[in-house]
Design a protein around this ligand. Sequence first.
Ligand SMILES: [Zn+2]
Length: 254
Amino acid sequence: METKGMTRRDLFRFTTASGAAAAGGLNLGLGGPRAAAAADDTSTPDKALQALVNGNARFLAHNMTSFNEDQNLINNGIPESHEPFAAILSCGDARLSPEVVFDQVMGDLFILRVAGNIATPEMIASLEFAVVVLNVRLIMVLGHGSCAAVAATDRRTVVEKTQISVLYAPLRIAVETAGPGASFDAKAALNAKVQAALVQNSSRLIAERVGAATLRVVPAYYNLVPTPPGPPPGGAPNGRVDILPSYPLTPAAP
Ligand SMILES: [Zn+2]
């Protein structure tokens, strides 16, 4: 199949409309939940954020629809170009997969991952690429519960023969300012806010796009709550992504 120039959503619509989705026994009929999800409007920053919120709702409801669409892409070939609508700076924790928790398909998200979801210069440069070249409308900095990077920073854990402690400096802002008695999870949530503020304030390009309302930078927190084995796992709010308020590094002038 010729896919050149087609976005993955174009490809999905083409294949479902042509009946090719029946290949492999997949049920991808038009009018189903995935058809509705694929119609999510991501043309503005607010709509892009809403698309992620909608996807997380499907994840929480055990009503995910992206897997079939991914399979359809695999069956028919990956488009040569990609047009993600959002960039996500996530921790590397293996229990947190942004495509899964937001029920998004290959090509939807530009994902950067580093322990502690810290806004290093390399990460900021990569996010700038996503904005300028890929035209993402949303940048999300995604922290999570039970984050080992935050805990290790708080405990000043030393791991000999490694460079792990280089992660601690950018994480200390949240660890030190979360307040006495704050939990590791509270510190991880604050860290997402701090790193999002750094992304927005350390790049003139990103700050200008935010000022022009063509881009949003939002911190978010994934409620990762370890649960004992046995169905059904978890309980509220396990798995829910909370969109956090911004952390103002520069107070507004009086
Ligand atoms: Zn983590």
